[in-house]
Design a protein. Structure first.
Length: 431
């Protein structure tokens, strides 16, 4: 028998979804305020434990945290409700903006809006580097990991997944021999001064949550169901229209991306941009910033920017389909293959979380990954800065490394001024 009314939970998750602006830090703060402080549906300790688990997973940690807490309160229907509602506002908003962008971007006012968004988002990316850096770069070892990650992706174009795997292994192994240097990720996103409530109150709050025991049979069933749901669109597309089309390419690419998106949207954007712009031709270099601007200014997870990438790729390579129709179908497909894995990870792993929560080896691996993410996001900032502030950028290769050399005569003064103003306010907020 449920001790928390499900109908009330639906209203609360709608409220969380509507207020889910400001990236993962803001979204997690909203959930903490509503679920821990206001509703007292989950204790401070349980909230942090759930968050730590979600931080270990690929994908948007805020959406996964909502799914996890929804599952904790009302099991599968609660997790599905919380996770889906968290995505819907952002999906609808970015779909509308993508259509306007593709159809009317040559109209003066639309063009002006996105001209201003690009350098402003550039400042936000710089702010993200600083925020993540403060949390992750606690010592010289973490600094070296961040620097190596930047050099690998910026100069040698090493794919993001390889960097993440290498950083995780380094953290895992390093923690065995030098724990004090690698065990640096211990708490996330709570305001300074926040403290755990006393154990009695935690126990009282958590007593409302029904206990669950892991079951191998249920785990295998969950894996089968969600792997089937995840792969079904690709199987249908492949059987009906073949594999040589934009939809199959995007579905396959973003299915792969879904399992390597450690560190959130900022980190994986460099990887997506590299592939979408340089390899597939779905976007032009400056358009990724436009998409990030959409995700920054709408509710929902920042990784929803992949929807814009999918829309524009299908819009440009629509074949015999109407471009807008192709873009809408691609938006649905990309969103599906991006978020179905989130439900798979939560519903499969949540029953076993007690076995994972206090594991120092996992924590040191996460510390290494988070440090590397700082370098990857810095790469994103430098890459965006060069392509936003200069109209012409040349690529040159020297000693096996790629160098991006801007034509200084093509600097865009307007973008530079907007970026400096936005940076001033970002740095003022960061203190």
């Amino acid at each position: 028998m449920e001790q928390l009314p499900f109908k009330e939970a639906i209203k609360v998750w709608i409220r969380v979804a509507i207020y889910s602006f400001g990236g993962p830090a803001g979204q997690i703060a909203v959930m903490h305020k509503i679920l821990v402080e206001e509703k007292k549906w989950i204790s401070e300790n349980r909230f942090l434990h759930a968050l730590n688990y979600c931080m270990l997973l690929p994908g948007p940690e805020a959406q996964q945290l909502a799914t996890y807490i929804g599952w904790l309160l009302h099991r599968t229907k609660g997790g599905l409700t919380a996770g889906i509602l968290f995505v819907i506002p952002g999906f609808v908003s970015i779909l509308i903006l993508s259509i306007l962008y593709a159809a009317y971007r040559d109209v003066g006012i639309v063009e002006a809006i996105f001209f201003g968004i690009k350098p402003a988002v550039l400042a936000i990316v710089v702010g993200a580097v600083i925020k993540i850096g403060k949390k992750a770069i606690k010592n010289e070892v973490m600094f070296v990991l961040a620097a190596l990650a930047f050099i690998a992706i910026f100069f040698f174009e090493v794919d993001f997944p390889y960097i993440i795997v290498a950083a995780g292994l380094t953290g895992f192994i390093g923690g065995k021999f030098w724990e004090e240097k690698f065990h640096v990720i211990k708490g996330h996103y709570l305001a300074e001064g926040d403290k755990d409530k006393d154990n009695d109150e935690n126990a009282l709050i958590d007593s409302k949550i029904q206990p669950v025991r892991p079951s191998l049979k249920k785990t295998l069933k969950t894996i089968f169901i969600f792997l089937t749901l995840w792969s079904l669109p690709l199987l249908i597309i492949g059987l009906v229209i073949g594999v040589e089309n934009i939809f199959f390419s995007e579905g396959l690419f973003f299915s792969k991306t879904a399992v390597v998106t450690f560190g959130g949207a900022y980190a994986v954007l460099a990887y997506i941009a590299q592939k979408a712009v340089e390899d597939y031709g779905w976007l032009k270099s400056g358009e990724m910033l436009d998409g990030l601007g959409m995700a920054e200014t709408t509710p929902g997870p920042l990784i929803q920017v992949v929807q814009f990438v999918g829309f524009m790729g299908a819009y440009r390579l629509s074949g015999s389909l109407d471009p807008i129709t192709a873009g809408i179908l691609a938006s649905l497909l990309v969103t599906w293959v991006t978020f179905i894995p989130c439900f798979l990870f939560i519903f499969t792993g949540a029953p076993y979380i007690e076995y994972l929560r206090g594991n120092k080896s996992l924590t040191t691996a996460l510390s290494g990954i988070t440090a590397a993410v700082v370098g990857v996001v810095l790469n994103l900032g430098v890459w965006f800065a060069i392509h936003t502030l200069f109209s012409e950028v040349n690529e040159k290769y020297l000693y096996g490394a790629r160098w991006l050399i801007p034509e200084w005569s093509t600097v865009n003064i307007g973008s530079l001024i907007i970026a400096l103003i936005a940076s001033f306010f970002i740095f003022k907020e960061l203190g």
